[in-house]
Design a protein around this ligand. Sequence first.
Ligand code: MOS
Length: 735
Amino acid sequence: MSNTNSLKMDKPVPASLLDSGSQGIIGRPLDRKEGPLKVTGQATYSAEYQIPNLAYGYLVGTKFGRGKVTNVDADSVRAIPGVIDVVTDFKTFLQNSQQGGETSAPTQGVQDVHYFGEIVAIVLAESYEAARDAGIRIKVEYEEAEGRFDFEAHKDETTKPPPNNIPAHFKQGDVEKAMADAATSVDVTYTTPSQNSSAMEPHASIAVWDEDGALTLYGSYQMPTSDKTQLAKSLGVKDKKVRIIAPYIGGGFGSKLGIAPESVAAAVAAKQLGRPVKAVMTRPQVFETTVRRSNTEQRVRFSVDGEGKLTGVGHETLTSNLPGEGFFEPTGIGTHFAYSGENRLINHDLVELDWLLSGSMRAPGEAVGMMATEAALDELCHKLGVDPIDFWKQNEPSEDPEEKIPFSTRQLVRCLEEGAESFGWSKRNATPGQVRDGEWMIGMGVAAAVRTNMLMESSAKVAIDANGRATVSSAMTDIGTGSYTILGQIAGELLGLPLDQVSVVLGDTDLPDAAGSGGSWGAGSSGSAVYLACEMLREKLAKAMGCDPETLTLKDGQAIADNRQVSLGSLVGDGIEAIGSIAPGKMEKDRKQSSYGAHFVEVGVNATTGEVRVRRMLGVFAAGRILNAKTARSQCLGGMTFGIGAALTEDLVHDPRNGKLVNHDLGEYHVPVNADVPQIEVHFLEERDQFANPIHAKGIGELGISGCGAAIGNAVFNATGIRVRDYPITVDKLL
Ligand code: MOS
């Protein structure tokens, strides 16, 4: 008999066992299981493993934008005490390719360079200090080539990228005609700059090879199962020869979805040296050589008829990426289903630039897409003299406007209504520039939030041992989001165990495969895998009790049926285990699945200095079952904080002469600090989504950022009457 309980989501799962659990821990705001380990320094991050005979690697990046390295002069640094060697022969030259676009390296010491800062060598030494000293001083000779480094100069030379999550181009009806026939319309262009994920922990790897040619990599990665495959491919070894260990990850936000150059460099160097090698990126290297969110230029058009009904939506975006890379920032991904209107045009075109790779950063698509569409919608409402919430009520689509399929759940309008009530939206003066508090001009803004929900193939093992304790294990990760806790809660709820009787082991590719943490799919996907494993364990327990699974009650470590009560430990003998495995199916085609929300923001804009201060923020979200009210709230707080950064401060500046990032560290690239972030309120609406997965939960990690920046911009407009269409909204644009 198979020990795996598999489910492909071809049908809804109307009854979730989580609703009938007896333990009462699901949804509760329980503290993170691993929190004490983190605050006491006992959680080991990838750079912190104590490995004997370790050599320290320092990555060497180029100081030119495009061309060829002709010589890396190892002899120039060999005399530095402690220096061991310089390795340049990366078998596969790796462009941190999340999208799988590796290119082969030419012969040793000569490499094509695609962007400023690209890693071309790793210096190895007995100490980090020696490696760094040599890495800074090493002579790299090169031939520079012409490059394209200026978005403005090249934005007319576009290519149509291949599909990626969504088709690059989409057309329904005739937007031009809808615009021409419109009673009212807007046609506006918004821009957002390149951005960096700025995860607190820099990318770091320790590579250890054994005598059998197997590699163990301690790395900071979001998706170990697929990262293992990517790393194996880069090194030209079999998948099963690579193991990635990543139990703790200090944030990723997309930058650690795929492997980055430090892992390949460490692995190649360790092999060549015959010693374990550690490579930790400096903060500038994280900025220059991992991945950025692309800058965007977005033309947004909305047309309405005489009754104020949306008739057309246009959303055309230019983004940038390296030549040959297929990824584009899918700004229109939410536009496809958020807005009604029969006539639709949603296009993405790519400007090929010799800037570092662009890829995923928190809520790829909606995060910056809605900064344009929800601001343009605010412009439309202002023109119409209609409150945005009333506009939504009138124009809320009843089904997906393109695929003509029902929404699985959609509580967007309820989020807006409940938010308006709690925030005191009715006190807003819709005429801009009317409200003052001393030298501060006060304004309120609102924006809708949507974030596509995804289910990804994932598995997990759950075991109950002879002491009646459960252990959940999976190659899933916890990137600071609460995976350890929610997976423990799901198992605890279904097996009738308090959270402290459930161990959760994650972040190791020797454990059952999982899709990891990305795209807000982690909780729904891995949570479902744990659920399915526990469902099978409940059947086994019922069998051992000699009762139907339906009549079995599991609570506080006891199995209860027919007036009998047996402890789990004695029921399972030497122990039992099961594997749960979930896969997406027809439900993602039959129902449009997304999480929804509404952002309310009050800002003050200083009348003298133009400084913008966010005073109050409220996010109301509907995302299916909330598995843990505390970790879910923290996700939304983090997302909304990202929203503040995107709206007001974050702006990655590329030198138009060579693509060099002018502000490649946290001193110059401004993410919000505590003083920038007000008290944020987060509410969740009660919801279950039986079409999403058996736990009825949807993604939340990226919902909080989606739409948030627009609500801030809309509040700035309400405060000042100034509409800034070029994010971030800095002081100079308001004076
Ligand atoms: Mo996310 S941008 O898929 O970590």
